[in-house]
Design a protein around this ligand. Structure first.
Ligand SMILES: C[S@@+](CC[C@H](N)C(=O)[O-])C[C@H]1O[C@@H](n2cnc3c(N)ncnc32)[C@H](O)[C@@H]1O
Length: 240
C-alpha cells in the first residue's frame, strides 16, 4: 500500500516548496541562464560535456539547433554561447522550465535568436521549425528508482519512441541528432529498433558499454535520416 505521507509530500508539499525556491544563475560565455535547483537534470554538470565533445569532433557552427527536453536550456544556450549554433529552439513539458527559458531569453535579449515552446514532446512545436542539430539530455530510466520523477523517468521508453517517430518532420535532410544517454539505464541496443522503425539510422555510438553499468556513465547516440550523408564531424564521433 502507498505510504500516505510520501504521497502527500510528492503531490502537495514538494510542488508548494518549489514554487518559492530561489532563482539561480549560471553563466556560459555572455549568457546568464536562469533556473531553479529542481529544474537541473544534470545540464549544469554532465550536460556541459557536450561542448568539449562537439568541439573535439570538429562540428562546424550550426544554423539552427534544438534542445529536446530542454529544462532551463543549459546545453543549447551554452552551445550558443560557445559559438556552436547561430539560433536555437528550446522546448519542455514543464511550465516552470519554460518560464526559466523565457526569463533567460528576456534578460539576455535573445528574442531574435531563441524560440521557446511549452510542449509535450514535439506535439506543440510549430511545423515551421527545422533543425540542423538536435541535442538532449532526456530522462534516462524506464522504471525503478526514478519512478514518478519527470526529469529522469521515461516509462516503457514512450517519450523516446514518440520523439524518434516525430522528429524526422523537423530534422533537415542532413541534420544530426545527438542524444546523451546513461549506461546505467540503457545501452545503444535499447533504441536500435525505435530508430530504425522511425526511418532513421544510427550514425555513431560514442563512449557506450554494451551492458548496463552499475554507475552513471554517459554515452552519445548520433542519429540521422536513413538516406542522409554523414558529415565528417559525425564520422569522427563514430571513430571514438
Ligand atoms: C534529465 S532532465 C534534463 C533537463 C535539462 N536539459 C538538463 O540537462 O538539466 C529531462 C527533462 O525532460 C523534460 N520532460 C519530461 N517529459 C517530457 C515530455 N513529455 N515532453 C517534453 N519534455 C519532457 C523534463 O521536464 C526535464 O526538464
Amino acid at each position: 500500500m502507498a505510504n500516505p505521507w510520501k504521497t502527500f509530500k510528492r503531490q502537495y508539499y514538494k510542488p508548494f516548496k518549489r514554487r518559492f525556491a530561489p532563482w539561480r544563475t549560471v553563466r556560459y560565455g555572455d549568457i546568464h541562464v536562469q533556473y531553479k535547483k529542481h529544474l537541473d537534470g544534470g545540464g549544469t554538470y554532465f550536460g556541459q560535456d557536450f561542448i568539449p565533445l562537439l568541439k573535439s569532433w570538429g562540428m562546424p557552427r550550426q544554423e539552427r539547433a534544438f534542445e529536446w527536453c530542454a529544462g532551463p536550456g543549459f546545453i543549447g544556450l551554452s552551445m550558443m554561447a560557445h559559438g556552436l549554433c547561430e539560433t536555437l529552439c528550446l522546448a519542455d513539458i514543464n511550465p516552470e522550465a519554460v518560464e526559466a527559458c523565457r526569463r533567460t531569453v528576456a534578460a539576455n535579449r535573445l528574442e531574435p535568436r531563441v524560440s521557446v515552446y511549452e510542449s509535450d514532446n514535439l506535439k506543440d512545436i510549430p511545423a515551421s521549425e527545422t533543425w540542423d542539430l538536435v541535442v538532449s539530455n532526456p530522462p534516462h530510466f524506464d522504471d525503478g528508482y526514478y519512478e514518478a520523477e519527470l526529469r529522469a523517468h521515461d516509462p516503457g521508453w514512450r517519450l523516446h519512441r514518440e520523439f524518434l517517430k516525430d522528429v524526422g518532420r523537423f530534422l533537415k535532410p542532413d541534420g544530426v541528432i545527438v542524444l546523451q544517454e546513461n549506461n546505467n539505464g540503457s545501452t545503444a541496443a535499447t533504441f536500435r529498433n525505435m530508430i530504425d522503425e522511425a526511418g532513421l539510422k544510427t550514425v555513431f555510438v560514442n563512449n557506450e558499454i554494451p551492458q548496463l553499468t552499475p554507475d552513471h556513465r554517459f554515452f552519445y547516440l548520433g542519429i540521422m535520416h536513413k538516406d542522409a550523408s554523414v558529415p565528417d564531424w559525425a564520422k569522427r564521433a563514430a571513430a571514438g
